[in-house]
Design a protein around this ligand. Structure first.
Ligand SMILES: Cc1cc2nc3c(=O)[nH]c(=O)nc-3n(C[C@H](O)[C@H](O)[C@H](O)COP(=O)(O)OP(=O)(O)OC[C@H]3O[C@@H](n4cnc5c(N)ncnc54)[C@H](O)[C@@H]3O)c2cc1C
Length: 391
């Protein structure tokens, strides 16, 4: 029996096998064999999700061998890439073609296929999540057939592929919309929360990437603003908060401390009052929480299961040490997030059942109906997805 665990060690699995793929034909052969043995298949990226998305007693596919940029089109500002490529490996390769990701998350250790499967995002009030940049995909389906989709060919499949929860097949290649390579300069500072709160909206509007962490024990905000610059990059790279270099060098950070995390997206207009409610909760009921609360912004998109579907968004994340039981804290936060019309990040902890998810995602039925057409036998489902699947 094989073993698999996620980044934090909180999600563990004993699949029948973890199978490494290096090509689409490998992937197709594995899926055909699993299917004929009546086994289910889950695809793993870099295992950085806190939610039980990869966990299965079936077969886990390790996609790290599907790596690299396949082709770039500097004029159209697009590129095809293998879905197992780690985001940190994309930066330099795209840069060499004069291109860059429009935005990226707080770390760059994820596989691009894994990041897209859960709607991973960075911060920036005018910037959408990574899923919204997907314009094409190649997928090995449950039948073992390989299909390529874009806005003209199999557009419904593309919609589901853009945020797919690993539930439609093995995504082998992705085509992303990009932009010209660009430089960024970041600035970090600390301020009392009460001082930064009144400026939040203007800071988020005036800055390409604005975010802050609120520390419950000190009531201080550690803020960061990142903007485009024409200044020459400075190497060796300075510490986080002082870098001036290309986007792929400035946006990602090191996050070595193992933790678990819940994140909800709330309508941008309610971001500050939702954060205030979380602050009150922590101070009143969870005064021992030391991990910070993160506040970021995200532009509206049209990705069916995106947490920013058709609404400008503020994302608020709460963290807890993996040695602690996060459940009472996270459940209390979740109640507040839901009062603010929140939608949970697919790669992070939530406790929602299918009925609630159906209410908070306007395209829930559409997404599932399309998924069922692609994989009616549920080859690419696991216990978690079967639990939230519409009856
Ligand atoms: C330290 C840390 C920092 C983080 N920072 C951010 C952040 O800034 N912003 C943010 O939004 N999120 C963040 N996350 C969450 C993370 O980006 C997501 O959970 C992301 O999905 C993880 O990518 P992964 O490659 O590790 O995928 P995994 O966790 O391995 O898998 C995630 C999903 O993708 C599917 N999948 C992976 N590859 C494929 C493929 N080729 N074909 C089909 N399905 C596939 C899996 O089946 C699963 O459903 C962070 C997580 C950690 C631990």
């Amino acid at each position: 029996m094989a073993r698999w665990s996620n980044w934090s060690g909180r999600q563990r699995s004993k699949p029948v096998a973890v199978q490494f793929v290096r090509s689409e034909s490998d992937a197709a052969a594995i899926v055909r064999t699993a299917n004929s043995a009546g086994r289910t298949v889950r695809v793993a990226g870099a295992g950085h999700s806190h939610s039980p998305l990869v966990v299965t007693d079936g077969v886990i596919i390790d996609t790290s061998g599907l790596a690299g940029v396949i082709s770039t089109d500097a004029q159209q500002r697009r590129a095809w890439m293998w879905a197992g490529t780690r985001i940190h490996a994309l930066g330099r390769a795209l840069h060499d073609a004069g291109l860059g990701l429009v935005n990226q998350g707080d770390i760059d250790r994820q596989a691009i296929g894994g990041a897209i499967a859960t709607g991973t995002h960075g911060t920036g009030a005018s910037l959408r999540n990574l899923s919204a940049a997907v314009v094409g995909a190649r997928i090995v389906l449950a039948s073992g057939d390989v299909i390529e989709c874009d806005r003209n060919r199999y557009p419904e499949l593309l919609e589901v592929a853009r945020l797919n929860l690993g539930s439609i097949g093995i995504v082998t290649r992705l085509q992303l919309e990009l932009r010209d390579a660009y430089r960024l300069r970041e600035q970090a500072w600390q301020a009392a929360f009460e001082d930064i709160a009144p400026q939040l909206e203007s800071l988020a509007r005036a800055t390409r990437h604005f975010e802050f962490f609120w520390y419950p024990q000190t009531d201080m905000a550690h803020a960061k603003a990142i903007d485009e610059t024409n200044a020459e990059p400075v190497y060796p790279l300075a510490a986080e908060g002082e870098r001036c270099a290309y986007s792929y060098e400035v946006l990602p950070n090191d996050r070595p401390h193992l933790h678990t995390e819940m994140e909800y997206s709330v309508p941008a207009a309610h971001g500050l009052s939702c954060l205030d409610a979380i602050r009150t909760l922590i101070r009143r009921d969870f005064p021992d929480v030391r991990w910070p609360v993160e506040y970021r912004t995200l532009a509206a998109d049209d990705v069916w299961l995106s947490t920013a579907y058709q609404r400008d968004t503020v994302t608020i994340s709460v963290h807890q040490d993996i040695a602690e039981d996060e459940t009472p804290y996270f459940r209390a936060c979740e109640e507040i997030f839901l009062n603010y019309d929140g939608r949970p990040h697919w790669g992070k902890v939530n406790y929602l059942e299918r009925e609630t998810l159906a209410k908070i995602h306007p395209r829930w039925q559409d997404w599932w109906q399309a998924r069922e057409r692609i994989d009616p036998r549920g080859t690419f489902l696991n216990d978690y997805l079967r639990r939230i699947r519409p009856r």
